[in-house]
Design a protein around this ligand. Structure first.
Ligand SMILES: Nc1ncnc2c1ncn2[C@@H]1O[C@H](COP(=O)(O)OP(=O)(O)OP(=O)(O)O)[C@@H](O)[C@H]1O
Length: 527
């Protein structure tokens, strides 16, 4: 067995934080995992195999530049890249650094995971002898953790025997990965119809500021976490703390918190925390996938902030920026995260991610790099949000690999294609309509416009998470109802209904009731 290194901190407050000898090599090793978990081989290589063989060394802080700290060691045996260092200061909070470059024979440059305010030159630093590790296992269920796994929910400390895992690991071997083909019904009409999501797949919501990414992710959480019989891991990256607390409270109220782990690296935290929080969440997900053989639902809001934190760290580390000012390692960093989100035989990791699109520019390098990894790309459009068509999903810009007759069936595929064609033709004609008016169109085009406008409205939907401020009760619609509703509209059943009857309703039957009520009111008014 590999020798086990224990690091004793002089700081009693460090209790439950990162330090430790756990590495990717320890995966599946019951001794190093605390001896309580099943020893099941996992499909992971070990990039850090030699980590825990090294003797921890001492150093002193040489320079502090925001989140980047240079440390000088007495002996040239420097801690390896990605090692965790612990600052020995007399503060109540621990300060963990991660080694990113060796500047010379005695100096390393590291990124801080917590605020470096108050840190001065000459403060002692201790190498932990291993990478940053985070607690995993049953004890973290129902808890809100920070980037290094410290509980942030005012709850009790995690038990001492909580297993830990390195935040760095390679994705499962290609041969052990499984594809995603099982459709996951969300109850959101436009998603189920045009961009079906897969169990074990990766889906992302792309949109500029304020077009409804967070609302959509929250609705999906609500729709899926309750149905999902696995574990859910939510990561808040660089978003508002208020949103994080709202989610925590909502999960507590709906009783799903005990199956959920929340990991936050929010916008008030240093770039190191925002950059590594997704890896912490991923590590916890991998544990449930590999050791407990559970299906995992991994939710991230917002992956763009992970890229942005990487860019901040990169410039502080002194690297030259690349395209549009992003870090030169953009593609590697995104791939390092996304490739680890993988399903293996028997355990699926389903990922749903929100991605901010800076200045609504969908050609932004961060956006294009992230979208390349997705099975299902949901684009949110500002034009739709401006018209009040929520969820503001662009039906023509969004796509899913699952929308294939072999996966969803011929019926679903044909209905989706017919809806897309009607909406595409309507978009083509919209310039003519605004210049000349709809009356100038031919009979066939006028009919298409009529039905497309009704479809557009039918694909809006009241959400349960927006009930409080819209006053409309939320609706979840089964896929069969969505398909039959769209087919009926395409066949002309709603041609004579008022458009508003189809706006913000659930099923077509609800729209019919709304239409009947509106007609009755009109008749009453006329009388
Ligand atoms: N489905 C919806 N129904 C009604 N209103 C909505 C819906 N989705 C979004 N909105 C409105 O848009 C606002 C912004 O939504 P949200 O916070 O989800 O946007 P965002 O894209 O996450 O923004 P940011 O990038 O600033 O985080 C909401 O406060 C709400 O008023």
């Amino acid at each position: 067995m590999r020798p086990r290194l224990t690091f004793t901190s002089t700081d009693p407050t460090l209790g439950n934080c990162v330090i430790g000898a756990g590495t990717g090599a320890n995966v599946g090793d019951p001794d190093l995992l605390g001896g309580t978990e099943t020893n099941v081989p996992v499909a992971q290589n070990d990039p850090l195999a030699t980590f825990d063989q090294r003797v921890p060394s001492n150093g002193v802080v040489h320079a502090v530049r925001g989140a980047v700290v240079d440390v000088v060691f007495a002996e040239p045996d420097l801690p390896p890249i990605n090692s965790a260092l612990v600052v020995e200061w007399d503060r109540p909070t621990a300060l963990i650094l991660e080694v990113h470059s060796h500047l010379d024979q005695k100096t390393i440059r590291a990124v801080a995971f917590q605020s470096t305010a108050g840190l001065a030159r000459g403060v002692s630093v201790h190498s932990s002898g291993g990478p940053v590790t985070v607690p995993v296992g049953k004890a973290v269920l129902g808890r809100l953790l920070d980037v290094v796994g410290n509980p942030q929910d005012n709850g009790p400390a995690l038990p001492d025997d909580t297993p830990r895992r390195s935040i760095h690991a390679l994705p499962p071997l290609l041969k052990s990965q499984t594809g995603a083909t099982d459709v996951f019904e969300t109850g959101i009409k436009v998603i189920d119809l045009l961009t079906p999501m897969a169990q074990g797949g990766k889906a992302a919501m792309f949109g500029g500021a304020g077009v409804g990414k967070t609302v959509l992710v929250m609705e999906l959480i609500r729709a899926m976490v309750e149905k999902y019989e696995g574990t859910s891991v939510f990561t808040g990256v660089g978003e508002r703390s208020r949103e994080g607390h709202e989610l925590l409270t909502e999960m507590q109220e709906s009783g799903v918190l005990e199956r959920t782990v929340l990991v936050y690296g929010q916008m008030n935290e240093p770039p190191g925390a925002r950059w590594r929080a997704p890896l912490t969440a991923l590590t916890i997900s991998e544990y449930f996938r590999d050791q407990k053989h559970k299906n995992v639902l991994l939710l991230m809001d917002n992956v763009f902030r992970f890229v942005q934190a990487g860019a901040e760290v990169s410039s502080l580390l002194g690297r030259l920026p690349s395209r549009v000012g992003y870090q030169p390692t953009l593609a590697t960093e995104v791939a390092g995260l996304q490739e680890r989100i993988a399903s293996v035989a028997g355990s699926a990791v389903t990922a749903i991610q929100a991605v901010y699109v800076p200045a609504d520019d969908f050609t932004d390098p961060a956006v294009t790099t992230i979208s390349g990894h997705m099975d299902c790309v949901i684009m949110l459009s500002r034009a739709q949000a401006a018209e009040g068509f929520y969820p503001a999903i662009d039906p023509l810009g969004s796509s899913s690999m699952l929308l294939n007759p072999l996966v969803v069936g011929v019926d679903h595929y044909q209905t989706a294609e017919a809806v897309r064609q009607a909406l595409a033709r309507f978009r083509e004609l919209s310039d003519i309509i605004s210049l000349l008016g709809v009356e100038e169109l031919g009979t066939a085009d006028r009919l298409i416009v009529k039905r497309a406008r009704r479809l557009q409205r039918f694909l809006t939907q009241p959400f349960m998470v927006t009930e409080d401020f819209t006053g409309t009760p939320g609706a979840s619609v089964p896929l069969a109802e969505t398909l039959s509703g769209c087919r009926a509209i395409l066949d002309g059943e709603a041609d004579e209904w008022s458009e508003s009857s189809l706006y913000m309703v659930g099923t077509l039957a609800d729209a019919r009731t709304k239409e009947a009520a509106a007609s009755a009111t009109d008749a009453e008014a006329a009388a």
